[in-house]
Ligand binder design. Structure first.
Ligand code: HEM
Length: 124
């Protein structure tokens, strides 16, 4: 399987997570339970599949420090998304900042993922 093909499934799951995220926001509060759970579960699936694929890719390439740094950035974004998502759904007072982080983290993760794929593409 080519490098790009390995990340098609996590990529599609990520896009579906975004779609359900925007839909969840638009559906207002209290959050629609079904959309919320679909958003959360697809996000979880995306993270698990991406982590497995990244882990396997790391076994066959030389682990350059910049690659590790980008993977750490993606990992931190994933943690930030899960933490802010959980806190927003628990109606915490810092809601505006949580939503800002929840909006910026996917963008940062995409930029880091493009860098990661670029580096992996050069070595595989
Ligand atoms: C890969 C992980 C995730 C991504 C990329 C993601 C992305 C998004 C996006 C793009 C939105 C729409 C924000 C907007 O309207 O500007 C959103 C909304 C939301 N997400 Fe996530 N999300 C992820 C994981 C999670 C998780 C794990 C939870 C819950 C534990 C969660 C809870 C929420 C909630 C509650 C909203 C609605 C926020 C609001 O407008 O009040 N998200 N998400």
């Amino acid at each position: 399987m080519g490098l790009a093909a390995k990340f098609v499934i996590p990529g599609v799951l990520f896009i579906l997570t975004l779609v359900f995220g925007f839909w969840l926001s638009r559906s207002g509060k209290p959050y629609n339970g079904l959309i919320f759970n679909i958003h959360k579960l697809i996000a979880l699936a995306a993270v698990i599949v991406a982590a497995i694929r990244a882990f396997n890719a790391l076994k066959i390439v030389e682990a350059q420090p910049i690659l590790i740094a980008l993977l750490i950035v993606i990992g931190l974004c994933a943690v930030a998304l899960f933490v802010t998502g959980a806190l927003m759904s628990a109606n915490k007072p810092a809601y505006p900042s949580l939503l800002t982080i929840h909006r910026v983290a996917p963008l940062l993760a995409v930029i880091a993922a493009i860098g990661t794929l670029y580096l992996l593409g050069g070595t595989t």
